[in-house]
Design a protein around this ligand. Structure first.
Ligand code: XIL
Length: 561
């Protein structure tokens, strides 16, 4: 097992990713776990293959930065790009990928140092010795260029044949012999001792002849001390064909002490693509993520961000739609499934929290409410029920602030109030309930002894050609208890003045309010009995002498007429 050679700082890598994800969550709690990167933080690095041409697209770049904690250069670190002629290095394209990753706090998965494909012609024509030297130089220069940046490398890519478990028949094998794989690993370890060294291949995701060949190879390497740290499973899958024994396969490599990565995941769908296919694809993606979680993968990389970028269009023209976002950068069902399987997503947009600390202050004709607002709320709804218990709440008003006055209350009455908060995402639970009783306004609801129902008839005889008038008022006891002493109060609305004290009682005036008190002989009014009082007065002008509209006898309102 080769992990012991790594300097201690290497083990800081995952905690830093976790801290970054935590910082992300703190910055916007409402968005917690809504990105793959946040959701995967406690599982593994979640990677994406990117290319410089797509990084120039801001939608692409934003999604790649937001959702992924690792990037792999789709082509920019391959031999034909990085060393197009011998010992003439072109690091620019790879640097751009590394810069993007650094800007976004992402890891870089180096891909790939030695591969039979996308290798320049000059190297393919070398003899064994020269090719081995060129290979060492290539590995050394690339790993040193990006030392500390690409902490993980596919040292040799696709070294095993598809059908017989033998090494792939390639210019590499032909020139250098089977030894080239372990030579490459040895040169890589020497070039950057801190890097994690991987072998990587496709169609080795399940247990089969090809993956068995790797299993035998890496066991042999480990036994002989050939540096190997990691196994990369490309997982270029076809819809509905996640290998049934993929978990077992990954686990057997992990049991050797190797780091496990799913390095190039995509799941291609035979054309034409149906909605049902997309749902199946989501299930397949979920399954791979789950396998990776169970097998303790160190990372899972998807081979491209959106369908518009994928190599599948060119390579497998009869297939389509292999990635998590569609051609228009809309997340597909597969995205939701991956996010969900990583523990993210949640119930979707959430309404505001319930308002708290609702308090009420009662007058006799109003109740004023205030409460602590809820973050993100755009409106509050005030609900009221009558009584200390029972009855149902109904909404009586809305406000965008955190206070409300209910002017539609009766004196000396108990009410219960609640407030809810809402925004575009919905309505909160109710706040605490506050119970409040309005004040007595001086109008007793039960009459005191001696008080009674009453009616009042008011007649004014104008003197004609003069604003003077004579008022005659009759009070009738319409209740069923005797009135013992009475005070009648009414208001003039047109500036009339009276001449105290009048007759059959005493009248006085204060502003527009007239108070009439019984005389000694007419203070007692039995049920259905009457008392009479009269006085002279003067209107503000001739003909402008409207009668009072309401009368109060001993504090209780009387019928008029
Ligand atoms: C592919 C790229 O996605 C294409 O853009 C390029 O034209 C060919 O290579 N296995 C690998 C990757 O290891 O490097 C390949 O990438 C896909 C298969």
């Amino acid at each position: 097992m080769e992990l012991a050679h790594r300097p201690a700082w290497r083990w800081l890598v995952v905690p830093i990713a976790a801290i970054m994800a935590a910082a992300f969550s703190l910055a916007s709690p409402a968005q917690a776990q809504s990105t793959l990167r946040q959701a995967a933080a406690d599982d593994f690095l979640i990677g994406v293959a990117v290319s410089n041409s797509w990084l120039n697209n801001s939608t692409f770049a934003n999604l790649a930065a937001t959702h992924f904690s690792s990037v792999t250069a789709e082509n920019e670190m391959k031999w034909e790009t990085t060393e197009p002629s011998e010992n003439n290095f072109n690091f620019g394209p790879g640097d751009q990928i590394v810069n993007f990753a650094n800007q976004n706090g992402q890891h870089v998965y180096g891909h790939t140092l030695v591969w039979h494909s996308q290798a320049p012609g000059w190297v393919q024509g070398l003899n064994g010795t020269a090719m081995d030297a060129a290979m060492q130089n290539h590995i050394t220069r690339l790993m040193q260029r990006w030392a500390g940046e690409t902490e993980r490398w596919d040292v040799v890519n696709e070294a095993v044949s598809d059908n017989n478990g033998q090494l792939r028949n390639s210019f590499l094998l032909n020139a250098m012999g089977p030894q080239y794989i372990e030579n490459a690993l040895t040169y890589a370890r020497a070039a950057d001792p801190s890097a994690t060294l991987c072998l990587n291949d496709y169609s080795i995701d399940g247990i089969n002849t090809k993956s068995n060949a790797y299993f035998t190879m890496v066991q042999d390497f480990i036994q002989r001390g050939v540096p190997i740290d990691c196994m990369g499973f490309q997982a270029h899958l076809i819809l509905g064909q996640v290998p049934g024994n993929m978990l077992q396969n990954l686990q057997r490599f992990a049991s050797l002490g190797l780091e496990i990565w799913v390095t190039e995941l995509d799941i291609r769908i035979p054309r034409p693509v149906s909605q049902q296919n997309l749902v199946q694809q989501a299930n397949d993606y979920r399954q791979v993520v789950q396998i990776c979680q169970t097998a303790n993968c160190a990372g899972l990389t998807v081979w491209g961000l959106h369908d518009g970028q994928s190599w599948v269009d060119n390579t497998f023209p009869e297939f389509d739609s292999p990635l998590l976002w569609d051609d228009n950068f809309q997340p597909k069902p597969a995205f939701d499934a991956v996010l969900d399987q990583l523990g993210g997503g949640g119930p979707g947009p959430t309404p505001p929290a319930a308002p708290t600390n609702l308090t009420a202050n009662a007058g006799s004709n109003s109740v004023s409410l205030s409460w602590n607002g809820s973050s993100g709320a755009t409106q509050y709804q005030v609900h009221r029920a009558t009584g200390a218990f029972g009855g149902s709440f109904s909404q009586i008003g809305t406000t965008s602030g955190t206070s409300f006055t209910d002017n539609n209350v009766s004196p000396n009455t108990t009410y219960r109030y609640q407030v809810t908060a809402s925004n575009a995402n919905g309505t909160s639970d109710p706040s605490n309930t506050v119970t409040v009783t309005t004040n007595d306004d001086g109008g007793p609801t039960t009459p005191p002894p001696g008080d009674a129902d009453c009616s009042v008839t008011y007649v004014a005889n104008d003197w004609g050609g003069h604003p003077g008038f004579t008022a005659d008022i009759t009070i009738r006891n319409t209740g069923n208890t005797t009135i013992n002493g009475w005070t009648l109060v009414f208001n003039y609305t047109a500036g009339q003045t009276i001449e105290p004290p009048g007759w059959n009682g005493t009248v006085s005036q204060s502003g527009s309010t007239v108070t009439a008190v019984n005389a000694s002989w007419n203070g007692t009014i039995p049920p259905n009995g009457t008392a009479n009082i009269g006085f002279n007065g003067t209107a503000a002008s001739v003909g402008n002498n409207p009668p009072p509209t309401s009368f109060t006898l001993n504090g209780t309102s009387c019928d008029v007429g």
